[in-house]
Ligand binder design. Structure first.
Ligand code: FAD
Length: 511
């Protein structure tokens, strides 16, 4: 039908959490899948999040019970499937007499505990902040509070692991490959791809096209001949990272007088992550950057609670991302729904090519969103296999939810030269696949060149071969967060090595 073009059942545009989750689910059901990501995996919104697997306590106020319930159900399920990159986190909510009343917080937390089938995570409880260590960094006016459970996730790694699993199940994953046009031709789509590095162009064909372009969803729609129909509302959210502000492993959720909440989360051992903001955004999502007003807002928000005020000069890193929200006509950015909406165009008559557009969504609900997309895939292409991702570990996640310490201990027993922090970092990022990464290494020298912090050549080679890392940024800011710890010379050395390892590969194993 399409001379010279490789033919797939499904082409997914976008290598964020939604695109990779869909590619994984579809490949596991037996469809042939091609995914094209114009930059690196998770280089869009999916690595700029607050990194919470959560129901979203705040959304209860907007009566988003369906979303909160689904997200809460996903929480323990995702944790069980990825206990390396997801871990439970307790949230301390200091009571603020001038804001939400105690009865409202109690009711919200009761619902939060019971809406979503919580099994392993501990329930909410009241806190006496005069006695509890969580009260120590707070201003003395905060004497009472609450504590509840959610989970933390390494967002960028969740994307890479979904892509890895999709590829292991047969999907073709093409990073640094932009979709530049898509047109319907008889019973299929003809899709033009451009290699970002070489500029080389080629075409593939697919019967179903999935637009998982995140904040670029309207632009992708335009490429496929559809008009941007303004169902997307772009809302920027920014974060700051500062040296650690407190000495325990819980996180704070601070209520703000504008009705928003701001989190202060333990981050990468030595830091605190603070966010986020909500401001309507226009322009290319790739250009989003924190504004001075957002920095002031976040510093002021936490300074209302902590004894020691936070000054902007403490900031060591910032990042900003753009939420691709479904435009439900809400008046303010913070009130726009976080739920997802799918629109299918075509595929109703036999042999008619279809397009599925994704609007909105959250990291937390990506697996459910993928199942919903697969509902459309089945309607168009016919069912191939049952839903399967509910109980299916992500790569490296095949150990018990409570087994992280045992895994880190095993890495040290089998590789006694590893420092404790190094073993824990590898177990956190790679789970059981850390054993593959380490291979038969008998001493630090067998890990190859040392690049700074605890980054060695073996890890770089693994990331290039298995996880599509192609630049220093992919390694230092997405697959790991070692960018926080390496100096400029060390980063330059990583850049050279990644380029050399990538060039030296014959045939990309990762694809
Ligand atoms: P993206 O990750 O943006 O992926 C889309 C991809 O498509 C991009 O990588 C882009 O490069 C690619 N692309 C676009 N056009 C093309 C093309 N023509 N060809 C090829 N590729 C293309 N959710 C939670 O559950 N918990 C949280 O704590 C949380 N916090 C958040 C905080 C902030 C500040 C923000 C902004 C979002 C947060 N979210 C959170 C929401 C979550 O991050 C997003 O819903 C999710 O990451 C969106 O994923 P996506 O795959 O749709 O989009």
């Amino acid at each position: 039908m399409t001379a010279g073009a490789e033919i797939f059942d499904i082409c997914v545009i976008g290598g964020g959490i939604n695109g990779c989750g869909i590619a994984r689910d579809a490949a596991g059901r037996g469809y042939s899948v091609c995914l094209a990501e114009m930059n690196d995996l998770a280089s869009g919104t999916s690595s700029w999040s607050t990194k919470l697997i959560h129901g979203g306590l705040r959304y209860l106020e907007h009566y988003e019970f369906r979303l909160v319930r689904e997200a809460l159900q996903e929480r323990e399920l995702l944790w069980a499937n990825a206990p390396h990159i997801i871990r439970p986190l307790r949230f301390v909510l200091p009571h603020h007499a001038g804001l939400r009343p105690t009865w409202m917080l109690r009711l919200g937390l009761f619902l939060y505990d019971h809406l979503g089938g919580r099994k392993l995570l501990p329930p909410a409880r009241s806190l006496d902040l005069r006695r509890d260590p969580a009260g120590a960094p707070l201003q003395p006016a905060y004497t009472r509070g609450f504590e509840y459970s959610d989970c933390w996730v390494d967002d960028a790694r969740m994307v890479a692991l979904n892509a890895r699993d999709a590829a292991d199940r047969g999907a073709a994953i093409h990073t640094r490959t932009a979709v530049t046009a898509a047109r319907r031709e008889n019973d299929h789509w003809r899709i033009a791809l451009r290699d970002r590095d070489s500029g080389a162009e080629r075409e593939i064909a697919a019967r179903l096209l999935v637009n998982a372009g995140g904040p670029w969803v309207d632009r992708v729609l335009a490429l496929s001949g559809g008009a941007g129909d303004h169902r997307i509302r772009l809302v920027q959210g920014s974060h700051i990272v500062v040296p650690r502000l407190f000495d325990h492993d819980r996180c704070y959720i601070f209520q703000n007088s504008d009705g928003r909440v701001v989190f202060a989360i333990p981050y990468e051992g030595d830091y605190t992550l603070i966010g986020t903001t909500d401001r309507d955004y226009e322009g290319d999502p790739a250009d989003a950057a924190i504004t001075p007003e957002e920095i002031d807002y976040l510093c002021a928000a936490v300074s209302d609670y902590f004894r020691v005020p936070l000054r902007p000069d403490a900031i060591v890193w910032t990042y900003a991302g753009v939420r691709p929200l479904y435009d439900d006509g809400a008046s303010s950015a913070q009130e726009a729904t976080r739920d997802y909406v799918l629109h299918r165009d075509g595929g109703d008559a036999p042999g008619q090519p279809a397009l599925v557009n994704i609007f909105g969504g959250k990291l937390t609900t990506y697996r459910r969103l993928a199942e919903a997309v697969l509902g459309h895939v089945e309607a168009v292409l016919g069912a191939r296999g049952p839903a399967w991702t509910k109980v299916a570990p992500l790569p490296g996640g095949d150990f018990p939810v409570t087994g992280f310490e045992a895994l880190a201990g095993r890495l040290r027993t089998e590789h006694p030269f590893l420092a404790e922090g190094h073993a824990r970092r590898l177990a956190r990022l790679y789970g059981t696949r850390a054993l593959q990464l380490l291979g038969g290494a008998a001493d630090a020298a067998s890990l190859g060149r040392h690049f700074g912090a605890d980054l060695y050549e073996a890890e770089l080679r693994y990331l290039v071969a298995e996880e599509w890392a192609a630049t220093a940024e992919d390694v230092l800011w997405r697959r790991t967060k070692l960018g926080l710890r390496l100096d400029e010379d060390q980063k330059a050395a990583v850049a050279e090595a990644v380029a050399a390892f990538g060039a030296g590969r014959s045939g990309r194993r990762a694809q």
